[in-house]
Design a protein around this ligand. Sequence first.
Ligand SMILES: [Zn+2]
Length: 261
Amino acid sequence: MRHGLCLAIALAGLLGGAQTAAPQEGPKKLRVVLFGAHTMDPELACGGLAALLRKGGHEVILAYSATFRGDLKINGEPQAVVHQREATQACKILDVTPKFFPYANEKLIADDASVKEVGAWLEEVKPDIVVTHWPVDTHPNHHVTHSLVWQNYAWQGGWSLYFFEIMGGQQTQLFSPDLYLDIGSVVDRKREACFAYPTHPPERPWGVHDGMQKRRGAECGVTDAEAYVLLGPKKGCALLPVTFLPRTRDYLPIPAKKEGK
Ligand SMILES: [Zn+2]
């Protein structure tokens, strides 16, 4: 039972004799940050979760720690401008809010200044829940982003922390989830958001994630699923307000990466 719920029940007991009943309120709306390294990472990893949270009326922010490399340009425009424009469109499709950190891919490190900058933003936003990269990942930006969030979780608290997987087996490694989310009702919306990135391009990563969704779905008895791990739970902090399914069979093998891709 959540801390807030315990408090509500206790207060209800104390106020049991009151003549005027308080207005009925629905379940608390939560603020959830889905924190990825690159543009398209949070959409690919947890676009289904984002869409389901919005269906439930919760606030969702997609944070991106690194949106460009050096002074690279795309059709004459800085890569950051193009990537952030595409991410803004993806967020519009998911009806969520983007947050861009100013780091370049090749300079993203979890040093004191970066940890504090991310921490200051989290303090300001005051999320109920943050979902980010699993720490064992072949992409350095992914495990650095994990560290930026994790260090603030360890020191700051106040929110629950979950992990997602990205390009499972190619990037995220050794991920053993126990929380499965049926995304069948929103998978088209997730796909649409991922395809808001024409310059990435989206076909190959979507193909990998489509296979992951089918594999995770088979592991819990549905067609398409995303899978998560909860660190904690942390006392007094809310959990993701979605219905997770348990795993119903052994983990399925991850297909080998195709040559030349
Ligand atoms: Zn990435």
